[in-house]
Design a protein around this ligand. Structure first.
Ligand SMILES: [Zn+2]
Length: 145
């Protein structure tokens, strides 16, 4: 068991609670449009342009809209394991928010295990680690996986 502390890889994007990870977005109080990453200055809906945006936790389940395989090491700031292992990337649509959120798929689930329309849920995974800390990011996994 690791003694390392865990932190969110990017501050403000997610609640890195292993028992209940959530993505942090925002919602326009005027037209109800959701944003991820959170938008706090101005609603980007052309017919709205409200400046009243509130922070919200996004749904933790969605529907797989599209996916692809990352077969090459992404550029920095992505920190890839060496040797690089291909992984799947999923675009998951959150129904309540009508928002599609890209994310890495959990290790061990490749593109051949994915199918558009399947239910996906949010989980946490290690983006990278150093001697003291593990840096967590959100990942998608098939529900029940
Ligand atoms: Zn709006």
């Amino acid at each position: 068991m690791s003694e390392k502390t865990t932190v969110a890889a990017v501050e403000g994007l997610l609640v890195a609670d292993p028992s209940a990870p959530r993505l942090l977005g925002s919602r326009c109080k005027a037209c109800g449009t959701y944003y991820f990453p959170a938008e706090h200055t101005l609603c980007r809906t052309p017919t709205c342009s409200s400046t009243e945006l509130e922070s919200v936790e996004l749904s933790t389940e969605g529907v797989l809209w599209s996916y692809t395989s990352a077969n090459y090491k992404p550029p920095a700031p992505f920190v890839a394991k060496e040797p690089f292992e291909p992984f799947a990337i999923a675009a998951v649509t959150l129904e309540r928010e009508q928002l599609t959120v890209l994310g890495q798929v959990v290790p061990g689930v490749g593109v051949d295990a994915l199918k558009t329309g399947m239910a996906m849920e949010l989980t946490l995974g290690t983006l990278h680690e150093d001697d003291e800390q593990r840096y967590l990011t959100w990942q998608w996994k098939p529900v029940g996986h």
